[in-house]
Design a protein around this ligand. Structure first.
Ligand code: GLA
Length: 734
């Protein structure tokens, strides 16, 4: 049950579901303050006593005759700038007279069942109005005649609150909105650790945990997409919080462009969390309205794992959409690591035939099929020119041949990019993002197309749609392989250049939406040099994301472990590749590579036809095993059991909703001689249920598996077994 109440006698808002409460209050002058967020408090009384009203040296008051609170000492819902709150602010509006100062106070509110969609932006949704309740509070600044509408939705089935902000300009003056955060939360203390997912290419989403210190700390991207450097995720957890106990607040932004998430621990002992579009370079000409992206807050009082499960459910079930949302994701074979751009039709068909024989369901032709693309200096943008030297039957012909083999066919695109050596660039040099009279920088020999210009989006749409119509294509890998620089659009006037980054990502979303509308059954997998744009915004359009170009199984334990902090297993593209690994030259057992990749949208990234017969046998066995338990792997409840960032082991498990079945991964990193038997404690099983565990003749109760654990016999590991050995346990109720 969700409920939102406004108590007019004490001017208090209470948002709640069965487990969490979020309480705000209106002060007499219309200032909106936060008073409580956390575990549910049923029917809270007037919580005025939580608001600081004491006068303190150097604090300033909002009104001369109203000395009952100071801006810098209260917990504000959406702090504006310039009135005595010196912490980070949520909005900034540049006015004609040069002032940035605003003063937004309560004007009205509305409570309704369900949840609105956000125009042109990805957002969580409901399928039935009973699933969520929404509160919209309109704040108003009479001096500039602008409304600021704060929207809060609380879900029935997820301990989550989503927020977004809309600015509406009722005046005839076009102001400039230079900061517009989606979410602000002021908490009464700062006894927290901050957890973020930092990384670089091939080492995406490493878990970083640091105690808060006085001052501002945070994460950001100003690269034009969400980036591998800082995933748009931040959690505040109590110092004693671990996977299975302790309080945590997790935040993410449903957005794929520049972002900023900051925490300010002030010297009075409070902390402020601010999440939204990065204000650097942002400047929106506010003629009518501006809508921020949605941000999500997840609360867990039972540790990080519970927080992650809430994110998995919410993102997996009420952010991902469409045909593929709940479907088993196909087992795919991708040719990139096997051939690069150097392939022939015969070779591709041989690979596909071999794949089909071993049980693969989808063949994905990666980069190199178009526009004379023998190397990465040519062809991007020419999605209408199939390289006929390599593919004499063209893409449509090849897709027919795939059909004859009995395997689905998928294709790689990099829609947002163009090479100088391409027909598209020769005809439309003006389609590129670049600043007049300045050098255009190349990244991977390519320029970024100006997706803020709808004409460019249409042009790319027409090329892609034509191919998707002509050929039998059931999957698209949508890549994006460089950061955005010299971000300037020739099509926009000078006072709107600060809009280009945001308009760019709106253009990306618009292209996705047009293609989804036209081809609703095509499965999109997003990719950006591996996992550089793995974010909630993308999941609204592409239900899976290629997690990383790094396919080394041991690196992958970390990447997938970090990614599981908020993204569901079904969304994590994970493939088996050859050894020595292309990126770190590590040699890991074939079985380990299989086991790790199975906890994701599974596939192979190698030439199956060159494997020895023993390996082919393993592939066939692994694939049929995966097919048998695919729903447990992809859609089970995910538990992290051992952390590869701090231990010599990575372990996780996935349990069906009814607790009748589970899959457990135990992956030892380095071999250690002469260790005692270890016991791997499971989670999420039924305590009184009797289970069989693959590899054991005896049976175990759930209670035993959770409290004693699966024995990992030392002689299995200590003698001559090599490094990087893994074990997969299938647990089945009896
Ligand atoms: C990026 C992707 C790879 C592959 C190449 C092709 O690096 O992450 O998976 O598609 O581009 O150029």
């Amino acid at each position: 049950m969700t409920d939102i109440q406004f108590n007019s006698s004490n001017q208090q808002f209470h948002l709640c579901n069965d487990n969490i409460s979020y309480v705000m209050k209106l002060l007499p002058d219309g200032e909106l303050v936060q008073v409580y967020v956390g575990e549910k408090i049923p029917n809270p009384k007037d919580l005025s006593y939580t608001i600081s009203t004491q006068n303190r040296p150097l604090s300033l008051f909002s009104e001369e005759n109203n000395n009952n609170y100071a801006m810098q000492l209260i917990r504000r819902e959406y702090p504006d700038y310039g009135n005595g709150d010196f912490r980070i602010h949520a909005l900034e509006i540049m006015q004609e007279n040069g002032s940035h100062i605003t003063c937004f106070k309560y004007k009205s509110h509305e409570i309704f069942s369900g949840k609105k969609t956000l125009p042109s932006l990805p957002a969580t949704y409901v399928e039935d109005d009973l699933e969520a309740t929404t509160l919209e509070i309109t704040l108003h600044d009479p001096e500039i005649d602008v409304d600021c509408v704060l929207s809060y939705s609380i879900f029935q089935d997820f301990d989550a609150i989503t927020r977004n902000t809309k600015f509406v300009n009722h005046s005839n003056t076009p102001y400039h909105l230079t900061k517009a955060m989606s979410f602000n939360l002021d908490l009464p203390d700062q006894d927290y650790h901050m957890i973020t997912l930092a990384g670089v290419w091939a080492r995406e989403r490493e878990i970083v945990r640091t105690p808060l210190r006085h001052g501002i700390q945070g994460i950001y991207s100003n690269r034009g997409h969400s980036s591998s450097e800082h995933n748009p995720f931040l959690a505040l957890v109590r110092p004693n919080t671990d996977e299975f106990q302790g309080e945590c607040f997790g935040f993410t932004l449903v957005y794929s462009g520049n972002h900023l998430a900051e925490v300010e621990a002030d010297t009075q002992g409070m902390c402020r969390v601010s999440v939204g579009i990065h204000p650097q370079g942002f400047d929106w000409k506010l003629t009518d309205s501006f809508q921020t992206p949605e941000a999500i807050l997840v609360y867990s009082k039972d540790g990080l794992n519970k927080m992650s499960q809430t994110f998995h459910n919410l993102l997996g079930k009420r952010l991902c959409r469409g045909y593929w949302r709940d479907k088993p994701r196909p087992i795919l074979l991708n040719n990139w690591e096997a051939t690069g751009m150097n392939f022939s039709e015969t070779q591709i068909l041989d690979m596909a035939k071999e794949g089909k024989e071993l049980g693969v369901e989808l063949f994905v032709l990666d980069d190199g099929w178009f526009g004379g693309r023998d190397h990465d200096k040519r062809g991007l943008g020419d999605w209408f020119v199939t390289d006929e030297k390599k593919l004499p039957s063209g893409i449509a012909g090849l897709s027919q041949k795939m059909k004859e083999i009995g395997i689905d066919f998928g294709l790689w695109f990099e829609p947002e990019m163009v090479n100088e050596d391409s027909q598209l660039f020769r005809e439309h040099p003006d389609y590129v993002l670049c600043t007049p009279n300045r050098e255009k920088s190349l990244g991977r020999n390519q320029y970024v197309l100006d997706f803020s210009n709808p004409e460019v989006v249409d042009c790319i749409y027409n090329m892609m749609a034509k191919l998707l119509k002509e050929a039998d294509i059931s999957y698209v890998k949508w890549d994006m392989n460089r950061y955005i620089t010299q971000c300037y659009s020739e099509k926009l006037p000078k006072d709107q250049q600060g809009e280009v980054f945001h308009r760019y990502i709106l253009g990306v979303y618009a292209l996705y939406q047009k293609l989804i509308d036209q081809f609703p059954k095509v499965l999109f997998e997003s990719c950006a040099s591996g996992g550089s744009r793995f974010d909630a915004g993308m999941l609204f359009y592409a239900p899976q994301t290629w997690a990383s170009d790094d396919t080394d199984a041991i690196e992958r334990t970390k990447i997938q472990y970090g990614t599981s902090m908020l993204y569901p297993t079904s969304s994590i593209g994970a493939h088996v590749s050859v050894v020595p690994n292309h990126h770190n030259h590590r040699v890991t057992p074939f079985l380990t590579r299989n086991h790790v990749a199975m906890f994701g949208a599974f596939g192979y990234e190698l030439d199956l036809s060159v494997l020895c017969s023993e390996e082919k046998k393993v592939v066939a066995e692994q694939i049929s095993y995966y097919k048998m338990y695919r729903s447990v792997f992809q859609y089970g409840k995910f538990y992290r059991l051992a952390n590869p960032f701090s231990e010599n082991v990575c372990s996780w498990m996935s349990v069906t909703e009814d607790k009748s079945e589970a899959m457990v991964l135990y992956c030892q990193i380095l071999a250690v001689p002469n260790v005692m038997t270890k016991f791997l404690k499971c989670k999420g099983l039924n305590a009184n249920q009797l289970y069989s565990v693959e590899g054991f003749t005896e049976t175990f109760t759930g209670n035993e598996l959770m409290n004693i654990g699966i024995p990992i016999y030392s002689d299995m590991w200590a003698q001559s077994l090599p490094d990087f050995t893994s074990k997969l346990f299938h647990i089945q109720s009896l």
